[in-house]
Write a protein that binds this ligand. Sequence first.
Ligand SMILES: [Fe+2]
Length: 362
Amino acid sequence: MTTIDRAEANDSGILVWMSDKAQPLELSWIWVRDHSEDPTSLDPVNRQREVDTFSLDRTSMAKSVDLVDGRVQVEWTDGSPTSLLSSGLLSSLSPAAPMARPWRSPSELEVEFVPFDEVMHTNAGLRRWLEAIGRNGFGLVSGVPTDQASAQSLASRIGYVRRTIFGDMWTLSSEVVEHADSAYGSATLEPHTDGCYSHDGPGMQMFACSERTGTGGESVMVDGFAAADVLRSMDPDSFDLLTRVSVPGHYIEAGIHLQASRPTITLHADGSIRQVTFNNYDRSPFLLPAAEMAAWYNAYSAFHELLVDEASWWTHRLEPGDALMFDNWRCLHGRLAYTGTRVFHGCYVNHEDLESRLRVTA
Ligand SMILES: [Fe+2]
């Protein structure tokens, strides 16, 4: 467990040495007052801020800084309530090691099917499934009863099913005719992400197989983060262009015209990849100045080439009882052509609900 070793004041705030870090944290006075965990500043249950940040005196100074019961305790010269900072608060400031392990070949993956009953009835089983999704971008469950309600209850172990124009749970098969989408056919589908036409593209997607006959129809997963990392090192200018050019996507059927736009690769503030959005089927018209347009096609094609490199695909034929949940912000999904019957229950779940479930499932 991380503990606070030492805390001392300097001119602008406090230096705090944590047991797991060589360098001290530098906390300015205003930050300390804004983050105090005393009960007048922070609700201890929901961790919502009670202190009025904007009325704090941003020039106030500490009278004393001490370590008391493992916490930093700060008394103020202006008589404000004593500020308290715990080791839990301070250790949460260091980003956790990323769970994601980018993969460019299925040989780099450790893939397991977690039994449905274990996911549904034990935290350990749920945790195994969640960690696989966090690590590989997708996770598998076996033995799922083939009715739609069971598929929905499986998805609900992570979070509520997100309702869209397709409903909450939907059926994916070549027999479904109410949606004029390329997904509802039997031809090969190139790797893509869903919901390019949503401003907040669905974070997670699940397919639970309920019927299967015939040949082919393997599901394809490709790690978009790993492909983007390769592009970044191979062709930094193209990578940069794909992070800057916003690409629109649309979904059109009778009475519906959804459209949204975002760069193919979006980044966190620290430069790490946040989301990949790539669906050439759904891309809607946009125009750049001619030279930049040409450069964009080159960049987009270079990324596409990485995504369709079959050596980087994990392919698997899902059978009745198998469910695949994947991170739609990271892994692109595709399908090989098939014959016969191939019926999936599908749904979307929000990304933040996966993250939340990971935080609360021991
Ligand atoms: Fe799709």
